[in-house]
Design a binder for this molecule. Structure first.
Ligand SMILES: [Fe+2]
Length: 243
């Protein structure tokens, strides 16, 4: 049975353990980022209304977006409370579904993962809401681009199943975001971008944001423990956004 079909069948039986995760709210988000994102909206709106006839004004959220290596950005995104709750839910999801490799990817690039749009729609919808309300103002502040949807999964690098990734592009996405959920609980890890450099593990809840088309990358080897990542493959294309 295909992974998608299996997930569809099992979905009816999976009960969300942490119901709060189905209700996107301010506490999901890093406090300073949330405040600065909200305060950035007037300038973003002003540029949008000008239909490109005026230069975009700087936004407040730009002050907390850091460029790590060339055109790879880091910003505090999710709160520690949210990450803890998501890890707890993920363990519940793992006992129900297990982490499975994505059969759509070739073997070298497969990473054990839980695909949220297939396994847990309430959390997928909740995170998509955050993408629209908080992530889009950040993307607009970096590139004057915004996304309309995409896939979201939790990946697990570990010594037993998969300790590192092969070089790849996130082919289905326009913009990729990787959020570590348990930095400090494993050794090794980090991400290497071809001809750009290495980004060491960033704090839990921080987002690493990069364009998918240009940035070939790989996950670096984990030396011990489980490295859990929340991974967004986002698209700017309305058609591709439909799941
Ligand atoms: Fe990737």
């Amino acid at each position: 049975m295909e992974q998608g079909m299996l997930a569809e069948q099992l979905e009816q039986d999976y009960q969300l353990k942490n119901l709060l995760l189905a209700y996107p709210n301010d506490w999901f988000i890093d406090k300073e980022t949330l405040e600065k994102t909200k305060l950035s909206l007037p300038n973003l709106l002003k540029f949008y209304k000008s239909e490109g006839t005026q230069n975009p004004d700087p936004t407040l959220v730009q002050s907390i977006i850091e460029e790590t290596v060339k055109d790879v950005y880091k910003v505090p995104l999710f709160s520690q409370t949210f990450c803890n709750l998501l890890i707890d839910e993920m363990k519940n999801l793992e006992s129900f579904y297990g982490f499975t490799p994505n059969p759509d990817e070739d073997k070298l690039r497969q990473i054990p993962e839980i695909v949220l749009q297939e396994c847990c729609l309430p959390i997928y919808n909740s995170l998509l809401e955050i993408v629209f309300s908080v992530v889009n103002p950040i993307l607009l502040s970096i590139w004057n681009r915004h996304v309309t949807g995409g896939g979201i999964q939790i990946a697990n690098y570990n010594l037993k199943d998969k300790k590192q990734g092969a070089w790849h592009h996130d082919a289905s996405a326009d913009i990729s975001i990787v959020v570590p959920l348990n930095t400090g609980e494993y050794e090794g890890g980090g991400t290497e971008f071809l001809n750009r450099g290495i980004v060491d593990p960033i704090p839990t809840g921080n987002a690493l944001i990069f364009p998918s088309f240009t940035h070939m990358h790989r996950g670096l080897p984990v030396k011990s423990g489980n490295r859990y990542l929340l991974v967004f493959w986002l698209t700017c294309d309305e058609e591709k956004s439909k799941i």
